[in-house]
Design a binder for this molecule. Structure first.
Ligand code: PEP
Ligand code: MG
Length: 586
């Protein structure tokens, strides 16, 4: 009798809560390693047959994706895949690969790689923009072909049958945006940090995730199953019956907690002594907004508009954007929606705009910096947002502001967009509120100056922590230094909240700490009353808020103010939480 596969335990970073178990689905990333070996002359026919099989498999996959996209998004969107199908039928490319196999005596993966490289280089140097863009199609399709030759899968899960645990070295936000989330039980990656955008998306759709597992992909073999524990940051390859039984009990306990929290929607959102706390939700799509309303949110504090760009993998037209924003506003059903203008760059890269690779993308040509240098893109977006404001309550928010000049110029663009709409008699909210993110250290320091230009601040702690502590938010080598409990972060928050109060500017927090229940009493004691978070966390936050008073929270802060070490602060917040919500943790 063969022995069961060995159970292997790996520790990573808990990125999105929940436990799931299932077959793995290996999602290969852009740079697929191309094997290289000799093929004897007698075996070359078989090698070419392998290539032909991969061509027809790839064609079937693309046609299926095309049909799905046509059904779900429309014929126009589906037409993107025609270019891919044309490459697969291009006789010149196919003949070149076949003759390369014959001439070089190398394996077909190597030959395919060499031929497509040649074409890609040629296309990308051409003047004609349309032809230049074809090089991206060619790259994409050759990656898919390569994966099919290697028996691995890449570029989307649209053709995935059963739900699986998605395993990858890394996931980019555009990968995550293109995944069919209904087919993903969980996500486990070798790299990444808790605030990488791919992880934030997983968390907002309630998919458990563990990241930073380092060598997980290397250790998995075909047919392995994986259990991921997104509470503790653990992944277990081929869990034993005993382990599954133990986790079955964990899931039962979570189910009990969920039942306990399900009623939260009907309770007021106040502390034990009646201080009102407003919970907004962060969302990327109209569907997420509808779900967020079910979780009891009172508005959308952060609508990440770039997710529309990433899903479409191009810059959408003003009308397409308007439709998306309008749907979001309608889904909010008269609750306010804060639409953040485009925050591309950092880990949110749009392949199709063909930007130079940057040495330090998070400190580079990102967000408002990109918009101010691309007036057409910016004005298109501002007009689309303004037009959506005619359908409900919309607020506009500018990301990554690091100096007053950027904010003033962004507002000038907004005035231009308003004037253009007025001239065309297009309705919009003339009094639309304008805010900015506080997510750079310079914005913290000059928050009093910024306050005179805006109606509201939203503190983006995901970036603020990385810039303040000089710790890349997606680098798992230094994830232990990414400490939101650092006194420098807490003092910065205290400063911004105080300035907001003095200057009479609304303030909220929309970084991930807003959804971490341990932080709640501290944030309230520091002076903020509005938090915007991934919506599945709202019931637990409300449940906790009703179990302490503001006097308790201020007492907690008095103790923390004296503490020097993030670990001590972290433990103190945890103890405060554990003492008050024992129903949730026993
Ligand atoms: C932040 O930086 O905290 C934030 C909310 O923005 P993002 O995570 O999209 O960079
Ligand atoms: Mg940010």
């Amino acid at each position: 009798m063969s022995s069961p596969p060995k159970e292997t335990l790996l520790y990573g970073i808990a990125a999105s809560p929940g436990v799931s178990h299932g077959q793995v689905f290996r999602f290969l990333h852009e740079e697929v390693e191309v094997p290289s070996y000799d093929v004897q002359e007698d075996d070359q026919d078989a090698e070419i047959a392998r290539f032909e099989d991969a061509l027809s498999l790839t064609k079937n996959q693309i046609e299926k994706i095309k049909d799905d996209v046509a059904q779900n998004l429309g014929e126009k969107e589906a037409a993107i895949f025609d270019a891919h199908l044309m490459v697969l039928e291009d006789k010149a490319v196919i003949d070149d690969v076949v003759s390369e196999v014959r001439k070089s005596g190398d394996n077909v993966e190597q030959c395919l790689h060499r031929v497509t490289q040649r074409y890609v280089e040629y296309f990308s140097q051409l003047e004609d923009e349309y032809l230049r863009e074809r090089s991206a199609d060619l790259k994409d399709i050759s990656r898919r072909l390569l994966c099919n030759l290697l028996g691995a899968t890449a570029a989307g899960t649209a053709f995935l049958g059963e739900p699986r645990i998605l395993v990858s070295e890394d996931l980019s936000p555009s990968d995550t945006a293109s995944l069919d989330r209904t087919k993903i039980l969980g996500i486990a990656t070798d790299t990444g940090g808790r605030t990488s955008h791919a992880v934030i998306m997983a968390r907002s759709s309630g998919v458990p995730a563990v990241v930073g597992l380092r060598r997980l992909t290397e250790q998995l073999s075909d047919g392995d199953t994986l259990l991921i524990d997104g509470f503790e940051g653990i992944a277990i390859i081929n869990p034993s019956e005993t382990t599954l039984f133990r986790y079955g009990k964990v899931n039962l306990r979570r189910k009990r907690i969920k039942d306990l929290l399900d009623d939260e929607g009907s309770f007021p959102s106040v502390t034990e002594d009646g201080e009102k706390v407003t919970f907004f939700a962060n969302a990327d799509t109209a569907e997420e907004i509808s779900k967020a309303r079910d979780h009891g949110c009172e508005g959308i504090g952060l609508f990440r508009s770039e997710s529309i760009f990433l899903r479409k993998n191009e810059i959408p037209s003003e009308n397409d954007q308007y439709e998306e924003y309008r749907e979001a506003v309608v889904a909010a059903n008269s609750l306010p929606v804060t639409i953040r203008t485009l925050d591309l760059g950092g880990d949110k890269i749009l392949d199709s705009i063909g930007r130079e690779k940057e040495e330090n993308p998070f400190m580079g040509f990102r967000a408002i910096r990109y918009c101010l240098r691309n007036p057409d893109v910016f004005l298109n977006q501002l007009r689309a947002i303004l037009r959506a404001s005619a359908h409900g309550t919309v607020k506009i928010m500018f990301p990554m502001v690091s100096g007053i000049g950027e904010l003033v110029r962004a507002k000038e663009f907004l005035s231009t967009a308003k004037r253009q709409l007025r001239e065309m008699d297009v309705p919009f909210d003339e009094d639309i509120q304008v805010g900015c993110m506080i997510e750079t250290p310079s914005a913290v320091v000059i928050s009093d100056m910024l306050a005179s230009e805006v109606d509201f601040f939203s503190v983006g702690t995901n970036d603020l922590v990385q810039y303040l502590l000089a710790v890349d938010r997606i680098n798992n080598e230094i994830a232990y230094l990414y400490e939101p409990h650092h006194p420098a972060v807490i003092r910065s928050l205290a400063h911004v909240f105080q300035v907001a109060q003095d200057k009479n500017v609304e303030v909220s927090v929309c970084g991930e700490i807003a959804g971490d229940p341990h932080f709640l009493p501290l944030l309230l004691a520091l002076g903020v009353r509005c938090l915007s978070t991934v919506s599945p966390m709202i019931p637990e936050l409300k449940f906790f808020a009703r179990r302490f008073s503001m006097a308790d929270a201020r007492g907690l802060w008095e103790g923390i103010e004296q503490m020097k070490r993030p670990s001590e602060i972290n433990q103190t917040l945890k103890n405060f939480y554990d003492e008050r919500v024992s129903e949730l943790i026993t």
